[in-house]
Design a protein around this ligand. Sequence first.
Ligand code: ZN
Length: 685
Amino acid sequence: MKCIYPLLFLTVTSLFAQQTETVDFLRIHAVVEPEPATESVSGILEITFKMLTETDSIYLDAHKMQVRNVKAENTSLSTTEDKIWMVGDFQKDNTYTASFNFMATPKQTLYFTRDQIWTQGQGKYTSHWLPSLDDMNDKIEFDLSIKAPIDKTVISNGDLMGKNEFDGKRVWKYDMPNPMASYLVALAIGNFEKNVQNSKRDILLETYYPVGEDQKAEPTYRYTAEIFNFLEREIGVDYPWQNYKQVPVRDFLYAGMENTTATIFSEAFLVDSIGFNDRNYVNVNAHELAHQWFGNLVTETEGTHHWLQEGFATFYALLAEQEIFGEDYYYWQLYNSAEQLKALSDEGKGEKLVNPNASSLTFYQKGAWALHILREKIGVEAFRQSVKQYLEKYAFQNVTTEDFLEEVRSITQEDISQWEKDWLFQSAFQSEQAYQSLLKSPFMNRYFEIAALRETPLAEKKEQIQQALTLPNDYIGQEAVQQLYGEPFSETEPLLQQAMESNNLYVRQTVAMIMEEIPVSFLQEYETLLEDDSYLTKEIALQTLWMNFTDKRKEYLDRLNGIIGFQDRNVEQLWLALALLTDGYSKLQKATFKNRLQGFTSSVYSFEVRQKAFEYINQLQLYNDEVIGNLINAAVHHNWRFRTFARDLLTEILKNPGTKNAVYKNFDSFSEEEKAYLNRLNVKG
Ligand SMILES: [Zn+2]
């Protein structure tokens, strides 16, 4: 008996792998209605498929779905744990349609976060909320209509053809004329407003933002049209879809996801004009847009070729950023990723680019490096032509590394075989080649000269540091200031003064970072950092000044009162934590501050806000029943990073018998999921 199982398994897998040779799914038309109250989804789906061979059964991937109202001629439908099987007498070259109602309560892929609903298909499988194909190799034309409450905005793939009211709800009808892989199907529902502009070639660019966040719309989406026009020009192939929409959502799993025509990204990238200086959406904006060609128009056949998506998107985003921020920026990013790749490689953990299980660092950064070196080797024109030819030849199809290489070889006279060995098939990072390439940048040469002084005694390098701080370049200036760390103030004072007077935001920020003690003679100068247009600088300066000058604590707090900071409210939360420890506020005021900080742990706020609040509450030991309840809720959050953070903290505080008793006492108030988690921790009601 024993030998039957492996055999059976083999037959089944090979049968599954071959479905793309049996049938071509052409079109899925679906009306979808997510239901927040039950976190479920229901809908009607119509599928059209063409047979490539004769067979009696085909399937759609569909996780734990109930199906009813089947309408299909001479075809019967049945469901298994993760599939919908269609059984009939399917003849080669014939086209069939089937329609049915479906219902599911997805545990992943479709997420309900307070007043938003959104999807993440890649890595999570669209088939959890919409019958589709987990295999990337059969591309389908998806036309989705989404039913949502009247007051919500709905974003999905393709063109919005119209909105109809129905049953007190609104149906948003979207249409895609071209096929795509199922992992790129998406929807986002929420309270959004949008700005609209046209690209140079008149493609509609829609940039969504949460209602009430108008002041963040421009800084968040700054350079959107420039990036779009640049990528079309640089890639040399017209943007392949009808329009381009971007929408930020709460508690997203990653930085962004390049759903076809409808990128969804993390709300943490929403910034105002000050926040823009510290962290901005430009890189992710360009990266997800580049995927509309690399990933969406041409799609990897399997994980081995994942760099064709991530390496290309990373590289083209870097080219777009070079266009905006200049060549120094371009080389600086390459240098930073080279440092990380070299460190990984030196540890013996380097990975081949064509390793399907490689890390993100390899797929993204080593992929970008490989393309940078290839472009240098064969020249910009040959590179551009190869990419253009590759995209045009395989448009709306699937690709392998070899497909790309063939196009390169057909264009260039250069022998690229050594490049292939070094950059695609070698696990070690080619740091010497990378270094030689970086040296082509005059800026990198100057940077390396300054960085080489790290071990040199200050007395012997003062002149070079001084030079580096004269009209400083962002990166060289920061390096120069960093080298003053730990040196006696009597020696560094004129240099620090010079750094401050440079008025370079990033050089000044480095001064804020390296100074732990502020000599009185430098106080007035240091205090000006509180006014810098950087939430990071403000946060560091406030904390350092508060630590150093006990009698001026309230004065500093008053100066930054009302400033929120990034989306995680970094300045405001630090302010509240410090104010609680500061003399000069009344008991009542402090009670309000405490309440506010504790309130930030609630699921009303995004996980970024909550995580920061838990950190301060833990430092100050401000736990109460409400905060502990919020922490238990966080321990079952869908975002694994936040969930892991919450679980670690919860385990820690449950060591305290008082906390454990509080959890005991309130056990009945927790949700089933929370109770189940507590039971796993052996905290039983
Ligand atoms: Zn990507």
